[in-house]
Design a protein. Structure first.
Ligand code: ZN
Ligand code: ZN
Lengths: 287, 324, 287, 324
């Protein structure tokens, strides 16, 4: 399937927004020209800090060529008719405008190193990557479609947790995503997650940690409870390393920490192993 | 803190006076009997007044009431219970209790979050906040239920999963995530009962079920009202406001199709008559299990999938590239 | 099947050996009349210390009536033609004489609380309950027969580990027992183990910890490495509680600690739950 | 300690003199060349003398040689290797390494016990003695091999499982027992290579396999010679005697049918020419995998069952109640 027209438009729009702007590295303080930063996959050329990355930028760096998005038409709902300082629909409209995204995750199919795969990419710029019904629905659609195509799926996570404004409907998306993951993996399909900064709360406690292989980006903060909550509970400051990808690697929670510029290569390796094992994996017989 | 405090004072005053009169009635039975009757009528009136239609924030407090029956009170009403311990690796987390038992003659695996009923027990049970090894015990028991071929009954009652350093170090996210898988995959019927607070993912880890029963005054929410207020407005004191926004009551969740059934409580909450509530809940669990017993395991699993697949499924937009 | 003649003989012989002897409780020092001790299931009436118990005594306290032994005819081998201070066959002959047992485990079938079950009981009095080819073979036969009858099996463990004099043949019994356990449980059959004092080494690291439900007797020492080895490694004394059943319960390794006089009752409960779940367990359908 | 020490001295002396002569040969090439040839002939003679037919106890020392290739040297000779870490719960135990890789173009899951190659690495890797979380990593990787559908190749090299307090506290027995189950149940081909010491249950946990390959001078035993001597005679210094009793050599175990194949080593051990030994082992692993590739998973599982079911199966006695 060809890259949809709107994706070209989307990326051109990003380009425009990012031009002639400078960003300060939060790690080393270096002022970085955003066009250079984008060319370097949003990694600081001085200290290797991995900036949070837009979903479409990520996708274009991962897929070989075309990306056929699915679930983009899943409608934003307001199940609780939530209003606090602003109405929830107004908040969403603001985020759509600001981020250029229709919701917190972009899902679809493409080739990665020649291997067909499903790809879901969360984006922290939309409501902090929180999971509501649209995110849950799109993840489920991705995995259902991946299951019917019998191809591996890869999900890049970035999330502040469940979305408050959708209340229990948001919490139920953990169950929905889990249901989809379970059916997908029970058929012998492989799920790989790449945890990016930050991956916490309900996303962390569902599909992020239900994958066959769990990769993380350097320095990403990953955990169930947020630092603030833990610090309030224990009434002291946490060390900087706590809940980083490197900390989790040492504690045995994740398979590997991979620098952003090497992530596509690693995914291609993993998809390659999966392709070689497909006969025995999917049919229980000789390769 | 307690939103009933002011109005409860009148109630307690009436209770005290009725008790006094009863003691005194040995001397002047007739006169006093009439006085007692008057006061009791008044008492019922005030009772309705105080507890009759609790706000969400009031329900949060009923759900947290120290005398509200806990998981072990329900389990104690089983015909028999043999507790099983441990995650087979690290520790027996006492914030969650589980084991095989007989309920109305049926073999079941019962699992419940257990808060303490006094300070000492609260420390031992970490206020019902489960650590990763507790969730791994739950996974093991869910697997064991399938191994034995007996249905699962869970009692959900937690502010949330334990948010301590150790729990993060031992992969709380993974432990909860795999609990969700274990319940999704279990080939036996599952009935979950929200008996107190159902706080976030830490509660959901025991609540993926074929039937979800909720007590009238229990709460079940994506975050505690305090947590929600802190997250959205950086102000935990706005919890009361958050409580009404979150739609965390049994009535809301029944309407949303997120819970299947509500078990009524006495006026003022289950703490006012625990034995009746416990029996009522076990009756409803029994009825749900009788119903679920009719289905073969593949049917159960399909129905469970469809149920969670549907919740909050948004309609599709017809515009070409979605709303952007 | 009726209780074999030789079992009656065996028990009469035990009776005789135990008559008119006194035993000192290693825990509280009380002198106990052995006949009383036997009547009390070999539990000290003063301090509740659980003595190591003979396999046939155990069996008679667990089964309702008859016990049909299997594998008693498995021949004792000497695969390495081992001789040190004594030849291995001579050591075995001594143990047979001393213990009245043909080898370190007795296996068979009987009814327990009205439920048919397989039952294997190890006995520390035969070569310290070490596992060689005969123990491995009998455990495998028990589980294979249990599988073909589709009944639960219960194994009481008591073992110092693998038997040195059978070298790698002894180690391979861990693999053999595991193979038998795996086939047995993969068919939906239930395995319950009761860990008695001591359960260590290869038995601990195989079927003892491969069961669905793991029960232990109070005070039983249970672990992989022996205390002596650990103390040599860390160069300090271990606390008394280390590796006791109670310690393991706290550490989450076992399901329950049950006093000997309540073990049969507990097994009957567990077999009862299993019986009620049999339809869904064995056929995946409604009960 | 080292049973070669005395006789190796003559060998090292010859090595030194040959090296000296080679340096000097720039000046007097012809005379010295002949002298070198003589010494080299002598060297080969002494070499055979010293290492030609090692005793079991000498093999124990070859197997433990610090320069003997370790698991990572074999893995480094793969076409590619992507290490996977952790037990998903507690810690990444570096006494065991594992991951997906390409071996002669074939995707495999490689898992090996890894001792250190110097003191610092030995501390980090706990001398190749695996803790419960390491065995749980192994279980996870075995499961993952099945998930990917790729065969497993294991490299066994350990004195035994870690015997520390922490390992007992975190259920070492359970971790090993479940490793045995994971390998017994894995639906993919498994090839195990005993590359150094195969010590007890801690080694077997990685060695239930469809083909077991053993290096000529590796050892594989129910207990270390020291441990065996301590257990039987309460005297660890009798290790040499135990070594010969235990029948722990590759030749013994091939004869018993416990290992399937022996890979020859250079005289004196793999440490004298690691590259050749590594290539030879990978060739044999490749050949074994090619053979196993032909079988469907149910066939593999049946054959694996029968293999372990048969080892050490005693004949039945025909007397009515066995030998008593
Ligand atoms: Zn920087
Ligand atoms: Zn005593």
């Amino acid at each position: 399937m060809p890259m949809p027209e709107w994706l070209h438009v989307r990326r051109a729009k990003d380009e425009e927004r990012n031009t002639a702007q400078w960003s300060k590295c939060p790690e080393c303080g270096e002022m970085l020209y955003r066009r250079d930063l984008a060319a370097n996959l949003w990694v600081c050329s001085r200290c290797n800090h991995h900036f949070r990355m837009g979903a479409y930028d990520r996708i274009s760096g991962i897929v070989d060529g075309d990306f056929a998005e699915i679930g983009a038409d899943v409608q934003v709902g307001d199940p609780l008719s939530w209003t606090d300082r602003k109405s929830y629909p107004a908040k969403l409209a603001g985020d759509r405008e600001k981020s250029g995204l229709s919701e917190g995750v972009v899902c679809g199919f493409g080739q990665i190193g020649g291997f067909e795969a499903g790809l879901g990419v969360m984006d922290f710029h939309f409501r902090g990557g929180t999971m509501g019904t649209v995110v849950g629905e799109r993840i489920a659609l991705l995995l259902e479609e991946g299951r019917s195509r019998a191809v591996p799926c890869i999900i890049f996570t970035a999330s502040g947790g469940a979305r408050m404004e959708e209340g229990m409907f948001a919490l139920m998306q953990l169950a929905k995503a889990t249901a989809a993951v379970t059916r997908f993996v029970n058929d012998g399909n492989l799920l790989i997650t790449v945890l990016t900064d930050p991956t916490t709360g309900g996303v962390s406690a569902s599909f992020a940690f239900q994958a066959d292989v769990i990769v993380a980006e350097p320095g990403a903060m990953i955990g169930f409870a947020g630092r603030r909550v833990i610090e309030q509970t224990i009434r002291q400051k946490l060390p900087d390393r706590f809940q980083t990808a490197e900390f989790l690697l040492e504690k045995g929670h994740i398979d590997m920490v991979v620098e952003r510029r090497r992530i596509k290569e690693m995914l291609v390796h993993l998809l390659g192993y999966a392709a070689k094992g497909a006969a025995r994996r999917l049919h229980g017989v000789r390769a | 803190m307690n939103p009933f405090a002011d109005r409860e004072r009148a109630l307690f005053e009436l209770e005290r006076r009725i008790a006094e009169l009863r003691t005194a009635s040995a001397d002047q039975p007739v006169v006093i009997a009439s006085e007692i009757a008057t006061l009791e009528a008044k008492y019922q009136e005030v009772l309705h007044d105080v507890y009759g239609s609790p706000t969400p924030w009031q329900k949060v407090h009923i759900a947290r009431h120290p005398n509200r029956p806990t998981a072990l009170e329900y389990i104690a009403a089983f015909d028999r219970f043999d507790e099983l311990h441990g995650d087979r690796a690290y520790r027996d987390d006492q914030a969650v209790v589980g084991g095989l038992g007989l309920l109305r003659g049926r073999a079941v695996m019962a699992i419940g979050q257990q808060r303490g009923r006094d300070t000492k027990e609260n420390l031992r049970r970490n206020f019902g906040m489960v650590a990763p090894e507790g969730y791994r015990k739950v996974q093991r028991l869910a697997h064991l239920a399938t191994r034995f071929g007996v249905p699962m009954v869970t009692f959900v009652d937690t502010k949330g999963a334990d948010p301590g350093i150790g729990s993060e170090e031992r992969a709380q996210s993974e432990a909860i995530a795999q609990c969700l898988v274990a319940f999704t995959d279990a080939t036996v019927p599952i009935v979950a009962v929200i008996i107190g607070e159902g706080g976030s993912g830490g509660a959901l880890a025991l609540a993926i079920a074929d039937r979800v029963i909720m007590l009238e005054n229990s709460t079940y929410s994506v975050a505690s009202p305090e947590g929600c207020a802190a997250i959205l407005w950086a102000d935990a004191t706005k919890a009361e406001e958050a409580a009404s926004h979150l739609k965390l009551t049994a009535q809301d969740l029944l309407r949303f199709g997120i819970v299947d059934e509500i078990v009524p409580e006495p006026l003022g909450g289950a703490n006012r008559d625990p034995a009746t509530v416990v029996a009522r809940v076990l009756d409803r669990v029994d009825a749900a299990l009788s119903d679920l017993d009719r289905y073969a395991s593949p049917t159960l699993l399909s129905a469970r999938y469809e149920k969670y697949r549907r919740i909050g499924s948004s309609k599709r937009d017809s515009s070409p590239a979605g709303k952007r």
